[in-house]
Design a protein around this ligand. Sequence first.
Ligand code: ZN
Length: 516
Amino acid sequence: MTRNFFTVPLLAAAVAASVPAATKPKLVLAVVVDQFRYDYLTRFRSSYTGGLSKLLANGSVFTNAHYDHFPTVTAIGHSTFMSGATPAISGIIANDWFDRGSGKTVTSVTDKTAKILGGKGEGGASPRRLLVSTLGDELKIANGNTRVIGISLKDRSAILPAGHMADGAYWFDASDGTFVSSDYYFPDLPGWVRDFNAARPADKYVGAEWKSGDGKVVYKKMAPTADAAFYKSIPATPYSNELIEAFSERAISAEQLGRHDSTDLLAVSFSGNDYVGHDFGPDSPQVRDMAIRVDHLLGKLFQYLDREVGMANVVVVLTADHGVAPIPEVSTARKMPGGRMTAGVIQSTVQAKLTEKYGEGKWVISPSEHSLYLNLTLMAEKKLNQTEVIESAADAALTIPHVFRAYTRDQLSRGGLAADQIGRRVFNGFYGQRGPDIMVLLEPNWLFGAKGTTHGTGFGYDTHVPIIFMGPGIKAGTFHQRIAPNDVAPTLATLLAVETPNGSVGRVLDEIFLRD
Ligand SMILES: [Zn+2]
C-alpha cells in the first residue's frame, strides 16, 4: 500500500531534474492546512486529483513529521512553520495566555498599539509577541525588493508565518465577510484589498448548499440573506477556504509575487478544515470532503501560479499546524481509551486543595483548563513558599482521574522532566516569562469540551502532520525518517541561500536537494 501510494512517476522525477540548478525560485508558496493530520494524505489519497496529488507525486514527501512541542495549537504551529523555533524560543506558547502584568488573557497577536484596518475594526494585531525572525524576515533582510505576504482566515495564521518585516498579512473578519489587516503594516488597506472587499465575494454563498461529493447529502445550507449570522457561519464551511484561495490569487497578481529580482514569499493558511474538524472529528465525511476540496483548491492555485509565474519557478511547501483527536464517542465505540473531562475540574480541584491547605483566597487566577496560573501575590501575602504551594497544586491535579502528568514551573525552568518525548515537548513549549505555574496533561484521547473534538496534546494524533516540498532543486521522493516541522524554515533558508531564521532549532533536510 505504502509503496504504491508513494511510487514516484519517472516523468515527474525527470521534470524536476531538468530545472537548472542556477535558477533561484521566484516565489515560495508556504501552505498550512489548519488541522490536517498526516493520515488524511493516506486515507483519502484515491480521491485526490489536484494540488495534493501533484505534491505527492512530484514532491519530497515526509511520512513521519511530528511536532516537538506542547501544546499543539494553531498559533504555535504557524510560528514554528516559518521560524523553525520552538515556543520556548519564539515566545509563542499558545493561541492565548494569561498575561500576569495586565491580569488578562492575551492572544499570540494581540497588540493594543496597532489598529485593525477594515471590517469592524475592533482590537489590534501584530507580530510583536513573536520573539524570533521568520524566513520572510531573512529574505527581506537579504534583499529589500522581496515581497512577503501572509493570508488566512485567522489573524494568528496570517501574521505569524509572515513575520515582522512582511509587506502585509490579511485575515477574515467573520462579522462582515471581508478581509482585514493591521496598521502595523500600512496606514490603509491597499487598493486591491478594498476592491476585493467591495465586490462582497462572500455574498455569492448566500443560500448555497454544501453537499457531499456525490451530491446526495447536504452537510450545510447557508442562510438565505447576507446577514451577520450568515457571515459568522462561513468559517466552518468549504467556502472559507475558497475565499482564501481567491484572495491569494488576487494577492499574487496585485503584489506581483514571483516577478521581482529576488524570491518572494506567500504564506497561505486554509483554516476551514479546522472549524469543520472541531465540529465533526477526523472520522467524519465532512472532514474527508474538506480535505478533497483543499486538494482541488490547491490545484486551482497551482494552475494560476503556473500561468502567472510558472510552476518551475515556485517552491511549494505544505504542512499542517497540528492534527486532532478522535471524537471520544468514536474512540469508545472502537473499544479505545478516551473520553470527556468535566469542565473546570482541574481548576476547582486545585482551588479546593489550596484553600484547604493554605486558607481562603482566589488561588487559580487564569481561565484555561490546562495551564494554571496561580495567585503569587496571595502566596506572598500569606508568606508561603511559592515552590511548595505550586507543588501542592500539581499534586492535587494528579489526583484527578485521567490526568496524565502535571509539570510545575520549577520543573520546566530547571529541566527536571521525564526524559521522554512528552517531557521534551512540554519543555519545548514553556517560556518562563509567559508560561503558567502548572501545565496539566490528560491521558491519550481524553479532552475537555462537551461536544466535537479538539487538539493540543503531545500525542501522535496531534503531532503527526504532512510535510511536502516541491519545486526547482527539490527531489521527488518519499522520506520515512523522523523529522519535525522546525526543519522546514532552515531547509528553505539553505535552498534560497539566505540566513537561517534566528531561533531555528531545525535540521536542514538536505536529503531533498537535487544538488548543492
Ligand atoms: Zn489550527
